[in-house]
Structure formats: structure tokens, C-alpha cells
Design a protein around this ligand. Sequence first.
Ligand code: ZN
Length: 226
Amino acid sequence: MKRKVVFVIYCVGLVIALLYRGRLTKAFALMTDQNLKGTVIVLDAGHGGNDPGAIVSGQDEDEINLDLVLKLADYLERAGAEVRLTRSDDVDLSDEGVSNIKRSDMAHRAEILNAEDVTLFISIHCNTSGDQRCQGSQVYYRINDKISQKLADTIQLQLKEATGSKYIPASGDFYLLNETDNLGVLVEVGFLTNSYDLTQLKTEDYREELAFSIYKGISQFLEKLF
Ligand SMILES: [Zn+2]
């Protein structure tokens, strides 16, 4: 009887350990991370408010972007970074009554990303394509910016491990990369127009994995930098 009880306790313990293994590994990594301490990271969730971004099969891009940013912010803060968000809700940053909402919104985002004490920034978006086979995450860096390219390389490597994305980082002609001087990249986390990516992006677990991969990429980049 006693041996039976011990066996049951052992089995329950094993199941709990297996269930929480991933979380424990993450918690340990975050707790022991020395690379983020003293850094200021700005996270930009693309779109929001008046601008939902891409809408595919009823899924708004801005919702996924924000959820990913909040998850990433949590990891970065737990690792010791000061995190600033361009938005933490379904809003845009445009001034009231302006005729060009998008321009006003983007200008305010660029201002926040470009603050003097910012270590680096990450802008999060979802991609779309006319070719539904296009699938996977891709990181974009500022044209002719070697250091941003390095950051993109490190994050892309982690995303490749987590998602199997076959893309390599690319330089991109994006407003937020062009209109800022601070180190930063734009991450297109997946294609809403690809059924696999869309299904995955809708799941909490996948978004957690994406956020953790981006955190790991940032941490590894900072480790090499300093
Ligand atoms: Zn977007």
C-alpha cells in the first residue's frame, strides 16, 4: 500500500515537472540574465486605434502585434530591462483633429523610439502576401546600418529555431527605420495570408514562443555588444 502511494506521488510529481519544465527553464533564464540590466527597450506594437493594420479572415493585425509586445515586455522586464511601449491598448498616437492620422501617429512613434536614453527598439508587425505560400518570421533592419543588421541576425536566428522560418534578415524601407537614429529593427512575425501562420499566430502558446525567441535574440545581441 505504502509503495503504491509513493508511486502515485512520484507519477504526479513527474507530470507536474514535465508540465512546468518549459516555464521553469524560461524563469531560470530570465532570472539569471545579466544582459538586459540597465537597458531601455522600446517596443512598438504596429497599428492600433483608427488603423487595425491588415485584416485577414476576420483577424486584425493590431491585436496580434499588441499581444506579442505585452508578452515580450514581460520577459524583458523580468530580465531587468526598463521597457517603454508606444501603445499598451487599442489606440493610435495621432493628434486629435489632424487631417493625416497615419502621419501624425507614425511621427509620435518615431519620437518615442528615438529618445536619447533608448538602448534599442523593436517594432512588431504581421506580414501579408498575394502568395499564400509565403510563411514565417522575418526581421528587417535599416538600410546600410551594420549594427541594426547584427541585431536582426541574432533575433532571426532565434525565430528560426522556434518557428522554422527559412527567411534571412533583410534591409527594409520602413518609416520607423528611416525616421529614427537609434538602434532598432522591425519584426514581421508571420504571414496572416498563410493558413499555417494565421492558425499559429492565433494561439497563445505560439505567441509566447515568438515573444521568448525575440527576447533571447535581444539578450544574445546585447551579450556580444558589451
Ligand atoms: Zn503592419
